[in-house]
Design a binder for this molecule. Structure first.
Ligand code: NOJ
Length: 578
């Protein structure tokens, strides 16, 4: 794409290769399997594919534990298969963004093997601390639960791992680490990729002295290692040595980032965009990783408004699901209104300021499966946490927390893509590595492609509407009726006031009339003196608004100009400008 801000206009599709499509019947998705499906991606209308890690890896964390940055994991295929995928995407004008984890490597990476042996050149490649085997250097917690430190007998020292113990953290203070990372990133650019999704990029910098963290924090130590002291210097160094050279798309995964920091990563450090995390917490309770809080629309409105305004001239990746999160319909929508709520949430995603990311299966309205026993889970973060809860006596058995684990587990997103009603969803002829969602006979690509009323067809229309109305990408965000507990409505306004769009989303399973929401304020808006944004609803009534998209087809009961929203109805209007 040309121009500094061109990535802003893109729609990104995330592929989790392990679960996308299996070409060789071993039950694990692979690169050739993706090649078989590139026409599907082209028909959907996406501009970029983000491929989660396909590098050589022992697969402790499904590829985020990288053993060799320059080769491909056996089960996914070969470098020739990867090249075929790159070419197949490029032939269809789809860009390829590789996922890169450089906060840590696998403990089987050559750097770690040499560092652990004390090899002079690699001694300081990881965060090692001397000490007694029974006393970790500080109280930091791993994001997968438990201590972030493991004692290594070979080196007779502790090493830091913010994730699994088989994923040691690189030491970014060591210049040779930064040299090696820049080099390997440039190596991939030379092979024709279009950018990077940078895994937990804001965790790279750990403060000198490794001070204890606040034990009351949700993750002890996060206050020290999230956006650590030298982080902006490291990202700028990567920009100068890697991204500046080309029109490379960079999206930073920025754990627990604030809007002010997000702006810095983009405006000052040169990333194209970062992922916020705050909206992924509105349903998180305060007591432990499985706690579920009742969330209200007011919470989502508040977080949305903050991230739509406080990032200023920065830029964010918009998402409601990915390979680490539960399925959005089960979480923020309503399985009883699967199609309606999936399309309503999609409308929300595609009409905000930012670049929308669609996670595989989201465009079908896939939902969380139901896992009955702990043996059905494959995600190490889920399994480790449950095992630890049993060991520490917090619970006696998995059954006690089954519902909460079913709600939160990352495996919710990792069941195979649902291609058809054939056995195993058409994903594989073998035995899938993880169970399939039982609803695949109803929710699948084949069936949804054949219906204009499906979630999939709606995504295609939504992608077209966004492309045709740049105000949906770049326009200013202005909430309407912010206190209404049921309807989420906002305008997007072009700077030159040339175009404005109104979005109205019913987040409930009841009917909501736009002209009756928000009591007093709405009544006053219907007079000539009403506020500009509230008057937008009046414009709908006067019918000087063009309906661009709606997730319900018109029916006989629709009155002309009716603005009564049905359950989970979503509408996008283009408003007349003076
Ligand atoms: C974030 C990735 O999205 C997640 O899947 C992974 O477990 C951690 N980073 C560690 O790489």
């Amino acid at each position: 794409m040309d121009g500094d801000c061109a990535w802003r206009e893109a729609v990104v599709y995330q592929i989790y290769p392990r679960s996308f499509n299996d070409s060789d019947s071993d039950g694990i998705g692979d690169l050739r399997g993706i090649v078989e499906r590139v026409d599907y991606l082209a028909a959907l209308g996406v501009d970029v594919v983000w491929l989660t890690p396909v590098y050589d890896s022992p697969q402790v964390d499904n590829g985020y534990d990288i053993r060799d940055y320059r080769s491909i994991h056996d089960a996914y295929g070969t470098m020739a298969d990867w090249t075929a995928l790159r070419d197949a995407l490029h032939e269809r004008d789809i860009h390829l963004v590789m996922d890169l984890a450089v906060n840590h490597t696998s403990d089987e990476h050559e750097w770690f093997c040499r560092s652990r042996r004390g090899d002079e050149a690699y001694r300081d490649y990881y965060v090692w601390e001397p000490g007694e085997p029974d006393e970790p250097p500080n109280n930091w917690e791993s994001l997968f639960g438990g201590s972030a430190w493991t004692y290594d007998e070979t080196r007779a020292a502790w090493y830091l791992h913010l994730f699994d113990e088989r994923m040691p953290d690189l030491n970014w203070r060591t210049p040779a680490v930064r040299d090696d990372v820049s080099e390997l990133m440039n190596w991939w650019l030379e092979r024709g990729i279009d950018g990077f999704r940078l895994d937990v990029i804001n965790l790279l910098s750990k403060p000198a002295g490794l001070p204890d963290g606040d034990p009351a924090a949700s993750i002890t130590g996060a206050g020290h290692f999230v956006d650590g002291p030298r982080i902006h210097e490291y990202v700028r160094e990567l920009r100068d040595r890697v991204f500046a050279a080309d029109d490379v798309m960079t999206v930073g995964e920025t754990f627990d980032v604030t809007p002010a920091e997000a702006r810095r990563y983009v405006v000052e450090d040169g990333l194209d965009m970062v992922f916020p995390f705050e909206h992924m917490d509105i349903d998180a309770g305060g007591s432990g990783p499985w706690d579920i809080a009742d969330w209200e629309l007011a919470d989502l409105k508040a977080v949305t408004e903050r991230w739509q305004t406080a990032v200023g001239d920065g830029w964010i990746g918009l998402y409601l699901s990915n390979h680490d999160q539960p399925r959005l319909v089960s979480r923020f929508g309503d399985e009883a209104y699967r199609t309606e709520s999936a399309t309503m949430l999609a409308t929300y995603l595609f009409t905000l300021r930012g670049t929308p990311f669609v996670y595989q299966g989201q465009e079908l309205g896939m939902t969380n499966p139901r896992f009955e026993s702990i043996d059905e889970y494959r995600d190490p973060a889920t399994v480790l946490r449950v095992e630890r809860a049993v060991q520490t006596g917090d619970i006696d058995a998995f059954a006690e927390i089954r519902d909460a684990v079913n709600y939160w587990s990352r495996d919710n997103a990792r069941t195979p893509m649902q291609w058809s009603d054939a056995e195993h969803t058409g994903f594989t002829d073998g035995t899938p590595w993880i169970k399939v969602n039982a609803n695949y006979p109803e929710v699948n690509v084949e069936r949804e492609s054949a219906s204009e009323d499906s979630v999939l067809s709606y995504y295609r229309r939504l992608i077209d509407v966004r492309a045709a109305h740049p105000v949906l990408v770049h326009g200013r965000y202005e909430p309407i009726a912010p206190d209404d507990p049921n309807v989420f409505a906002y305008r997007r306004l072009a700077d030159d006031a040339d175009e404005q769009v109104l979005v109205a989303l019913n987040f409930t399973d009841g009917r909501r009339d736009l002209l009756e929401i928000d009591g007093e304020r709405q009544r006053s808006s219907r007079t000539e003196t009403g506020g500009a944004s509230m008057a937008a609803f009046g414009a709908l009534e006067r019918e000087d608004a063009e309906l661009l998209l709606r997730n319900y087809g018109p029916t006989a009961s629709d009155e002309p100009g009716s603005v009564a929203l049905r359950p989970y109805e979503a509408r996008i209007y283009r408003l007349a400008t003076e």
